[in-house]
Design a protein around this ligand. Structure first.
Ligand code: AHR
Length: 522
């Protein structure tokens, strides 16, 4: 009904508007851009694992965020919150990394199996508090099965042995009549699980053991030797990679251990200030911080390019994946909150930052085989926030849901030409875009307008055939720091996008300031 009324208005002003299109072209509140969509030059596949998640025993992620226990008054399935499960299912989470993070290198898997009342309570020395171990291997793998997600287990190198790692893998994946497989059966799981990804430590240059790259390369080779494939399970072995521009780490790891690995990680967090001591507020910011945050987000492209170039020297076939298994925004903890819990609110700025990063990962789909945003619930750039029985979806969640159409699709190159978005003496591109074609021939185009003040009037050409049936979603808000709260959970949420039209073979798009748009053409 509402849509029909809108159409009438369009028809009424149609003739006049067609003479003026693009309607805002010469006002100060918009800028012109062109976009060439190369449907005729399809590239590789966008690995669906780029949409991976990360769940560490940290703050209120596992306990409260997912695990409330079977006797909780919060509706749950085998101890896990139903509202969280439902929201995650809509994201089609392809892969889930667990149990850390820094926590992985202090985690001993035997603590988290068997009757829950007998599991030891241990201090979480990385992030504070006591871990009851109520959520362990069986619970994590149950969660993965409920979500239809692949399991990515992060092993303990810092304080664990190759023997402990080897036995954990046997416990989870072996179908034999052997001690560890039989213990799994006694703990209620007959059939072995599939574990496709296993990492040898986390941040071994820091919280995972403060190692030099030369030392870790040998440690990696040693531990990786004992990661065995049982009963048809095939494990991809992942080595700890660099952070930011630590290119020497990549050089040493690739030159010493490329043959023994299937993936090498990269961690990069966006801090508005770039200063770990004073990162900046998640919600109290102006245009200066908006610009700086997006500018730092865009550095992901540079880091991936340069680490990939090193990897290319040792692995020109691109067999070894670059796994960006920690990324996202990281702000100062909210005043009055436990500093170790890394709880932060999430605004439109985070949605824009997430979309930029996802577009960058697509662009490097030939090398980036996985990415895991940090972290899934209540920690850093989360998909959702919980407060007892309440749940709120963040702007970042909406981007992940809108972008899920790109999972496993064929990358379609795009050429953008747009003015820079300048502030004082710094500038960033005003637009970021990415396109893919799915197995049913539908073209999906995502466009991010970084400029918080001006709409983008884009003239797009599509080389190669696609239908003209267009639909789309728009995520934006009146202010840069708009957020969803427990009292106002729908301040930032997707709406139908109607700022498009065809003129002959040209598609014109009017993308609002500070917004994310995902279009479908079929
Ligand atoms: O995601 C929070 C922490 O950041 C992780 O535990 C660690 O790997 C990184 O430093």
């Amino acid at each position: 009904m509402h849509r029909r009324r809108k159409l009438h208005v369009c028809v009424a002003v149609g003739l006049f508007a067609s003479m003026l299109w693009p309607p805002l072209a010469h006002t100060q509140s918009s800028y012109q851009a062109t976009l060439a969509i190369r449907l005729d030059q399809p590239r590789g596949t966008i690995n669906r694992n780029i949409y991976g998640q990360f769940a560490e025993h940290l703050g209120r992620l596992i306990y409260e965020g997912i695990w409330v226990g079977e006797n909780s008054s919060i509706p749950n399935t085998r101890g896990m919150r139903n509202d969280v499960l439902a929201a995650l299912k809509d994201l089609h989470v392809p892969v889930l990394r667990w149990p850390g993070g820094c926590f992985a290198d202090e985690y001993h898997w035997l603590d988290g199996i068997g009757p829950r009342e007998k599991r030891p309570r241990r201090p979480n020395s990385s992030w504070g508090g006591i871990d009851t171990n109520a959520f362990g291997t069986h619970e994590f793998l149950d969660l993965c099965e409920m979500l239809g997600a692949d399991a990515y287990i992060n092993g303990n190198v810092g304080s664990g042995s190759p023997q402990e790692m080897m036995q954990w893998i046997e416990y989870m994946t072996s179908d034999a009549d052997s001690e560890w497989a039989n213990l799994r059966r006694r703990n209620g799981r007959d059939k072995p699980w599939k574990i496709p990804y296993f990492a040898v430590g986390n941040e071994t240059w820091g919280c995972g053991g403060n190692m030099r790259p030369e030392y870790y390369a040998d440690v990696y080779r040693r531990y990786a030797t004992f990661i065995k494939n049982h009963s048809g399970n095939r494990i991809q072995k992942l080595a700890v990679g660099a952070y930011d521009e630590n290119y020497n780490w990549t050089e040493v790891l690739m030159s010493h251990a490329a043959k023994q690995m299937d993936g090498l990680s990269l961690h990069y967090y966006t801090l508005p200030t770039g200063n770990w001591e004073k990162k900046g507020s998640a919600t109290q910011f102006g245009e200066k911080e908006w610009h700086a945050t997006l500018s730092r987000t865009l550095r992901m492209d540079e880091f991936i390019q340069k680490h990939s170039a090193i990897m290319d020297k040792y692995d020109p076939q691109k067999r070894v994946g670059l796994m960006v298994d920690e990324w996202g925004t990281w702000y100062d903890s909210e005043p009055g909150r436990d500093l170790g819990a890394l709880y932060q609110q999430n605004t439109l700025r985070d949605a824009v930052a997430a979309a930029i990063n996802l577009n960058i990962f697509h662009k490097h789909a030939d090398r980036v085989q996985m990415a895991n945003i940090a972290q899934m619930i209540n920690v850093l750039q989360a998909m959702m926030l919980t407060d007892k029985e309440k749940l709120v979806l963040t702007p970042t969640y909406h981007v992940f849901r809108m972008y899920s159409v790109h999972q496993g699709a064929t990358l379609i190159p795009v050429d953008l030409s747009a003015p820079e978005y300048k502030l004082s003496d710094t500038s960033v591109p005003s637009l970021s875009a990415s396109a893919s074609r799915d197995s049913e021939g539908r073209l999906h185009l995502s466009v991010v307008n970084l400029d918080p003040n001006r709409a983008a009037e884009i003239t797009a050409t599509i080389a190669g055939g696609v239908g003209r049936n267009v639909s789309g979603e728009l995520l934006t808000a009146p202010v840069m720091n708009a957020m969803n709260t427990f009292d106002h959970p729908n301040t930032v949420k997707p709406t139908q996008f109607s700022g498009y039209r065809f003129e002959g073979s040209r598609l014109t798009l009017s993308i609002p300031a500070k917004s994310v748009v995902v279009l479908e053409l079929k």
